[in-house]
Design a protein around this ligand. Structure first.
Ligand code: UD2
Length: 309
């Protein structure tokens, strides 16, 4: 009988990682999840997934798990711009040293079968881009410690491919939404915050005018992209924007959510958040052509899945 491939997902108990775990189980993988549960939750894990509690920067633990894996999906991070400024060194370890730890484990493994590595990066590496839609060739201009760590992680991945011949891919995620996204944390995405407030009959807070726009992509499509990016991982290490190529404003978003919930919304305005970018719209043509997949879930359908759960 053919042996199942084994995938290690760091941060696999989190919002995006847990959807990826489900996708990989469905594709016949053995799935190992390494997560310290700082933001991930055990309830996110489907049965059949092997869970290991720990930090990705724990070299001994990481080595043991990397030794078992055919592929490593690196999603663990402290995904917060604010936290990256309040706890610079701690977030740097979680967001950059973790990447080097895993790549170093790959170079040290005694395993004979070649391994692949997929990095979850962020559109924040672009900062305030000069051109819109943003293509992957845009100059990187991180504006936060979080974005700097993601950009540096990307460079380390390229080194992993160039010097050590590791098969890699890098995904730059735009604004991901969907079920299991935390509503309670101050770092939550706007969609989960709005959905939860509307369902609880609370007023929405809009920072600034609400005319700022974002390219929102549904988490199921993101999991599909991770799966395909691993299939295409090679020593040329391609980078992909993971987005829809369409954007909507925060005002429009609030109206769509209100329509779905069949309710009227109350809005209070607060000052623009520190470091907030005005517009974000990605060019996803490379992902569509190289990974042979375009986002399948439109905004209304994705929001319905998000709000009923
Ligand atoms: C995204 C990422 C973040 C980082 C950042 C870099 C998410 C959840 N966050 O932040 O990790 O990569 O990009 O630029 O993907 N807003 C409101 N009211 C609220 C909450 C948010 O008006 O209650 C606004 C907010 O000011 C912003 C927009 O909604 O203009 C989107 O906010 P977000 O936190 O969902 O995502 P973003 O793009 O700031």
């Amino acid at each position: 009988m053919k042996q199942k491939p084994t995938a290690l997902i760091t941060g696999g108990a989190g919002f995006i990682g847990s959807h990826l775990g489900d996708k990989l189980l469905g594709e016949g993988f053995e799935v190992l999840v390494l997560d310290n549960l700082s933001s991930g939750k055990l309830v996110n894990l489907s049965s059949g997934i092997e869970f290991i509690q720990g930090c990705t920067t724990d070299k001994n633990m990481a080595q043991k798990l990397v030794d078992k894996a055919d592929t490593i999906f690196h999603l663990s991070a402290i995904a917060s711009v604010q936290a990256s400024h309040e706890n610079w060194l701690e977030t740097h370890r979680a967001n950059q040293s973790s990447t080097v730890t895993l790549l170093d484990c790959i170079t040290n493994t005694k395993r004979s079968r070649p391994q692949s590595f997929v990095l979850s990066s962020s559109a924040s590496v672009y900062g305030n881009p000069k051109t819109m839609p943003i293509s992957e060739s845009e100059i990187l201009s991180p504006l936060s410690a979080y974005a700097a760590d993601k950009a540096a992680s990307e460079y380390h991945v390229k080194i992993g491919s160039r010097i050590h011949n590791i098969r890699t891919s890098v995904l730059r995620l735009f604004n991901v939404y969907g079920p299991r996204q935390d509503t309670a944390s101050p770092y939550s995405g706007v969609i989960s915050i709005f959905a939860s407030k509307i369902m609880n009959g609370e007023a929405l807070t809009i920072h600034g005018t609400g005319d700022q726009t974002r390219d929102f992509i549904y988490v199921g499509d993101v999991a599909e992209y991770f799966y395909r990016a691993n299939q295409k991982a090679d020593a040329n290490s391609q980078t992909y924007n993971i987005c829809t190529g369409k954007s909507i404003s925060i005002n429009e978003l609030s109206h769509i959510i209100a329509d779905i919930c069949e309710t009227k919304i109350d809005v209070t305005h607060e000052p623009v958040r520190d470091g907030d970018i005005l517009h974000s719209l990605g060019d996803n043509s490379r992902a569509i052509s190289n990974l042979n997949y375009g986002p399948q879930t439109d905004m209304k359908t994705g929001l319905r899945h998000t709000i009923v759960t």
